[in-house]
Design a protein around this ligand. Structure first.
Ligand code: BTN
Length: 258
């Protein structure tokens, strides 16, 4: 069972997670925040669930839950200052926050896979689903849904990237309260950097991405493109160098090595 008091003691933020909603079971923490009934929740609200019954991943995949063992949570951002051109940098900042928290607390090396998977030794430890609710072309609310495999040791099902957990890698039982607080503490700092020093987010993100310079394939829906992972641009989009040496900007997709 997640101990709220313990978590609260370790949370050092001003905004993120100050309004904290705890659920024993929920369909999906992202769906909860997207629901119009909950549209008046304050900026920085975090919804946490011990189990999701309809947890969602990117590209309509299912994000499976094991009760009481992992972290499933979503962060709500409503402050319009965040919603500039660099919304995709928030995507990168989210995965960077998870990676840095795991490194700080457990001295494990992480690496990042575009756009926002966190891996340890090539296995997935965390996935992030960024969703927005808009009014016309204006973003009203941004929802950052994060799943982290923490104390789960057995994984069943079909996965596009093999999963692992912090417990399996660190070989110890992990205090979820401490990890969640650390992720939110770092996320709040990085969110400020997205606005004032976006270059630092890109630098730190890229230093953990092993695929830059490699031959990759990027699949979106049924279309696969091949080339070299040239770089990430200033807005966090992937630049793919194709056969004819042209640079193509990729906004969405699953990246794999060739
Ligand atoms: C992915 O890697 O495909 C993204 C997975 C995102 C899972 C998290 S768990 C909390 C939040 N609620 C959801 O339904 N999904 C995200």
């Amino acid at each position: 069972m997640f101990e709220l008091e313990n978590f609260d003691l370790k949370l050092n933020t001003n905004v993120i997670g100050r309004n904290f909603i705890y659920a024993d079971e929920i369909d999906s923490t992202n769906s909860f925040l997207l629901d119009k009934k909950n549209k008046n929740l304050v900026d920085g609200t975090v919804v946490f669930a011990e189990k999701q019954n309809k947890g969602r991943g990117r590209k309509d995949r299912v994000w499976y839950s094991i009760k009481d063992q992992n972290l499933y949570f979503s962060i709500l951002l409503t402050d319009k200052n965040y919603f500039g051109e660099n919304i995709n940098l928030i995507n990168l900042a989210s995965s960077l926050a998870v990676a840095q928290a795991i490194e700080n607390l457990f001295q494990l090396n992480t690496n990042l896979k575009w756009p926002n998977d966190v891996l340890i030794k090539g296995k997935k430890i965390s996935g992030i689903l960024l969703e927005a609710s808009s009014q016309g072309s204006k973003i009203e609310r941004l929802i950052i849904g994060i799943g982290i495999n923490v104390n789960q040791t057995v994984f069943q099902g079909n996965f596009n990237i093999p999963p692992t957990s912090i417990k399996l890698e660190a070989k110890e039982n992990i205090e979820r309260e401490r990890l969640l607080a650390e992720v939110l503490n770092i996320f709040e700092e990085l969110l400020e950097k997205v606005r004032v020093e976006p270059g630092l987010i890109l630098r730190d993100w890229k230093s953990r991405c092993r695929m830059i310079g490699e031959k990759i394939e990027v699949t979106d829906d049924n279309l696969t493109k091949y080339g070299i992972f040239d770089d990430i641009d200033e807005n966090g989009f992937l630049l793919l160098k194709t056969k004819d040496k042209k640079i193509e900007k990729i906004h969405f997709g699953d990246v794999g090595t060739q």
